[in-house]
Each structure stands twice: as structure tokens, then as C-alpha cells.
Design a protein around this ligand. Sequence first.
Ligand code: 6LW
Length: 503
Amino acid sequence: MIFKNPVVKGFYPDPSVCFANGKYYMVCSSFQYFPGIPLFESEDLVNWTQIGYVLTRSEQVMLDKINSSGGIFAPTIRFNNGRFYVVTTNDTTSQNFYVYTDDIYGEWSDPIYVDQGGIDPSLYFEKNKCYFMSNGEDDKGVCGAVQCEIDIKTGKKLSESKCIWQGSGGRFLEGPHLYKIGKWYYLMAAEGGTEYGHMITCARSRSLWGRYSRNPNNPVLTNRNKAPYIIQGIGHGDLIQDQNGNWFILSLGFRQIHLWMPFHNLGREVFLTPVKFGEDGWFTAGADGTTEESFEIEGDFTQNEKKNFTFGNTSWNVDWSYMRKPDLKKYVLEDTKATLFGSDITLEDADSPTFLALRQKDFSFLMSADVAVAPEGNDASARYEAGFTVYMCENEHYDVALRKRLGAEGYEVVLKLNIGGIKHVQKAVPIKSNKVKLIVKADNFSYSFLFKEEDENIGMPIGYGYAKYLTSEVSGGFTGVMLGMYAIGSCKAEFENFEIEYR
Ligand code: 6LW
């Protein structure tokens, strides 16, 4: 079959994968979003279905008021002795920890902390022993991929932390994972930073503690010299063997909004690249060490893509995300309706506004919902607003909302464009009632905003904002655009007939 990359679209960075009970499981980073660590299942490595999240309880992870792109960094998932483990870093608190479950569809344990620094932790199990690796500094102050043995029941270190590889010379050695394949221990990692210079490199050793010798043909995978090409930033991956014996790397990468525009708004997505082992025991990946838009692989199945997202065909607990430490009392979520209660916290705050979002999965889409807003409580002088946000972070987001201004009689539809500290009201149009259909239309270059009053057939445009300002190149950080519903102020906002249709 021929599959197309990315295999998971939208902001799902730092994929890690394991095989268990006939299926593949994958986790990704989630930063300030809650629940933390999206969890996916697949039968073929190409079609992935999100089955939930790993960190579903606020007590498992401190996200309260953390910076955007802080919080949960690159996790690793492993399966050992009937138990799933996910190990990750809370970068804001500088803590490495893991959680486990015996039921992949159930709850995960409370965190077990490991006293080794760095980020991008990984676990490797062998003969009833467990080894923990992260990229950081070892007990002697040497930086690189640092390993120690741990007691998997308690997280306690059973050995010193020792740097076992310093990479092939690229900057930011990250995401190290250890595998035993045949007689070799392979250490695969990312280097070059998670931007355009990103790459995957590897080293091997006959012994777990090294000495590791680098692959003479590093990097094994990178798109850094592939231009003009939409797919860039390939790196930070995990190696996996399928049920036919074929090997793959599941890695992150991103898609530029256009060949000649080095901006990406969809975050880092998940790419699949075939891997081949040579007679010398080293492996090569992809097309001459690059990841392509499609590959032909063994298997007779089709790649499915969900193009339409509604309240009816998504699940609140599986697909949607809140920010940081949400007050769940502010959300009443039903089959065909979401009711959001606003608070004083706005989308400009690095806090937990009333916000519920899906990741933007592709460049072109149409999003709409009927929104009705009403005051909550007896505060006649209240001001409030509710609607859609196209949200990169608190500094960069475009909001289209139904707004009640202080002392005003009626309501207006407002479009606000926020870019790097510039807070611009593009337009505010008075409307007849407290109900309106809000519409967002997007392509690679812009998001356009429209609204429709109850008795009208045609959407009224109120402005647009460029996509390139809601990108990692402008905002920095590690996340991608979220398409969200929000409410601010003492109000109750009802959203119905919600739909995102990708084209
Ligand atoms: C992650 C690091 C990286 O921890 O970006 O792409 C960091 N690689 O490995 C955040 O996702």
C-alpha cells in the first residue's frame, strides 16, 4: 500500500511508540494543555485513533499558571511484563517522572519521580532490570545521553547517572532511546534542534553502558537539505518493528504553509518513515535519508482520514483539550451542546481561561457553530464575550466572538487580532439578538471570519488574519494552533451545531 505523510496531522510532537497485544500505541507531548499526553492506538502504524490521554487528573501534573510551551515535554511509552509505562518531563518543575497502567483504556497511576535531570526521558527494560535515560548532565557534570538503572517500583536510582553518548556533533542532543536488536545496543537520538536543522542520528555498542560508536553515515534521517520541500524539521523519533518484520521510524516533522514561506502553524506532526537494516548492521531510513510525502510499504489496507469533526463524532474526554488547570465546573458538555461559563481570566493570560479546543489538523477548513450568550448572575453592568479562538499562545491568537460591552444595550460581533503584544480590534458589528452563527474559513495563508444572524442566509465577512503570524517562527515555543471555544466574563455561552470540515 502507499501511505501519505503526516500519518497524524496537527500539533502532536515528539512521538514515541510501543507494540503490545497485537497493537501499536503512541504518545505525544502536550505542554500547557490538559489532559496531558495524547494517547493513540493503531493496527498498522498508518491509521491512528486517539483513545484518550495519559495524564487525566490535575493531581498527576502541575500545570497551574505555567508558561506556554512549558509543562509536559517529550514522553516515551514502553510495554513490559503486561504493564504500560509512560515517562516524561514536567519542564516547568524540572521533574522527570513516569506513570503506568495495566489497562490501556483505563486510568494511569500517580507519578513516580526519578532523581535524574534533563529532558526527554526514556525507559529500557532488560532481564528484570530497568534503565532510565534522559538528555542532560551526569553525576560528573558530563552532558549528553545520560543513563542510570532504576527500581521500576519506586523510581529510585540503583546506579550512578552516566553519560553514554554525546551525539554526532549536532547541537541539542535530544530524545535518546535505547534498543537491543540482535547483538547490538542501538542508541537513536535527535540532534540539530527541533527546527529546520533537525535530524536523527544513531550509535551502537555491544554493551549497554557503552562505549557507543557513531554511525559513520549519520544523520540517518533529516530533511534539512531537502528544498524546496514542504516537509521540514524531521527528527525526534522512535524505532518500531511491525508485525511483518519491517522497521520504521515514527518521528516529528512539520509542514510549511507554502514551499517558499518558511512558517508552520500546525505544530509538529507525526511522520512515518520506512527503515532498512544493511549487512553491516547499520540502518538507513526513508528515501536517501529523507522523509517523503508518501511511501510504499508492505500491506493491503487503506489509509483513512477523518475530515469532519462535530460534537456528535468526537468525545469530550478523548479529543478535546483544556488549558493548564481548568475549573471543570465551568463546562457543561452534552451530546449536541457545549455550555461554557466565563471567568475573569482572558485569553491573554498564561492561566486557565474557559477554553475548550481541538487541534488544527490541516491548512484548509471551515469551522462554524451557533453561539448564544447571556449574562450569568445579577451583574447588570457586566461585560463579557464568547466565541471562537484560533489560538497559538496568549500573545498570538485571532478571536471572533459575541460581545456585550460595558453599559451597552445590545450585542456585537467582534474580531480581535492579537500578534506579539499588538491587540487590535479589526471590527465590531452590532447585531439584533444574543445569538449568531460564527464562521472561520482557513487556507494555507489566512483565517477569514464571518458571521450570520438568525434570519440571514449569507455569511457577513468581518475580516481576516494571516496564518504566518500564528506560527512557531513568530510565537516561538513548541505548540501548534488550537481551534477553540471560549468565554470571558460573567456569562453563559451555548455552542450548538459545531462543525469543522477539512478540505
Ligand atoms: C523536546 C525535544 C524536542 O523535549 O523539542 O524536538 C522539545 N525535540 O526533544 C519539546 O518538544
